[in-house]
Design a protein around this ligand. Structure first.
Ligand SMILES: [Zn+2]
Length: 273
């Protein structure tokens, strides 16, 4: 599932090719995603210009010139990709939404497993982000004291806490494994047993890992591609994720795999306490 760095990579790849373009038509070929595609979506965006792109947590945002926010979540297998005019009309299986732009290019949402989401927000209803926590790169919102403040309020593991979008928004299984390795904290530790100094280290590690991953354009572990069809490069730099049995990059001990919160977790018993 694309996490913050992958969605940010999609955003950066789409921005130069879609901002300023006007939507000529929207063909909704399949409306039954995780939630139904909003009825009337095509009428509401057709004829409007794309003013900006954005991202919140793992959601990609397309802001229209009338303030309407068009929101995409990739779910497990979703892909939002731009095709230049020369790409023609060939359509792939699972192309659920095909947006024709005024330069004859297309923006296509494809999602074989259909766990993705396409939403519209105009500010009149409760936002999908209403209960979301701060962004990991937001220094004012996400800091050591903030994370430590949850210690007395939960019995959950540090891994579960970092995956909780209400506490910090945008992290998923890959990056939480990498963050906890860099911070030297085992994924199964209860947050209430994590010290204040370790909370600081976890926050610092979060920034380091997320910034590195964006710089390397995300991780293509399964089939992630950015908005113009390029693979990411961060999968080659994972320190522990998916590396069970391989030597730890720090100490050489064998990386272990366990299950925490029904998700695979990877850690080094030498480097993480
Ligand atoms: Zn190690």
């Amino acid at each position: 599932m694309p996490e913050l760095p992958e969605v940010e990579t999609i955003r950066r790849s789409l921005e130069p090719v879609v901002v300023g373009r006007t939507v000529c038509s929207v063909d909704v070929r399949c409306a039954s995603l995780r939630k139904p595609v909003p009825p009337g979506l095509a009428q509401r965006v057709t004829g409007r210009r794309i003013a900006a792109t954005g991202r919140r947590a793992k959601y990609l945002l397309i802001e229209m010139d009338d303030g309407l926010m068009w929101i995409f979540h990739m779910g497990m297998s979703g892909r939002l990709q731009h095709f230049p005019a020369a790409a023609g009309e060939a359509r792939a299986k699972h192309d659920h939404l095909v947006v024709l732009l005024d330069d004859d290019s297309t923006l296509v949402f494809n999602d074989p497993r259909r766990f993705g989401l396409v939403l519209l927000e105009d500010g009149t209803t409760k936002s999908v982000f209403a209960d979301y926590g701060p962004e990991p790169l937001d220094r004012a919102g996400f800091h050591g004291d903030y994370l430590a403040g949850f210690r007395s309020r939960t019995n959950r593991t540090i891994k579960d806490v970092l995956m909780d979008q209400r506490i910090v928004a945008g992290l998923g299984n890959i990056y939480v494994n990498e963050i906890l390795f860099l911070a030297g904290v085992r994924p199964r530790r209860r947050l209430r047993r994590v010290t204040g100094a370790e909370c600081e280290r976890i926050v610092d590690a979060t920034r380091t890992i997320i910034e590195e991953a964006i710089e390397h354009r995300g991780s293509s572990v399964s089939d992630f591609l950015d908005g113009i069809g390029r693979r990411g490069g961060y999968q080659w730099r994972h320190r522990v994720y998916g590396r069970e049995g391989e030597p730890c990059p720090n100490c050489g001990a064998s990386i272990r795999a366990i299950v925490v919160g029904q998700r695979s977790s990877f850690y080094c018993s030498g480097c993480q306490r």
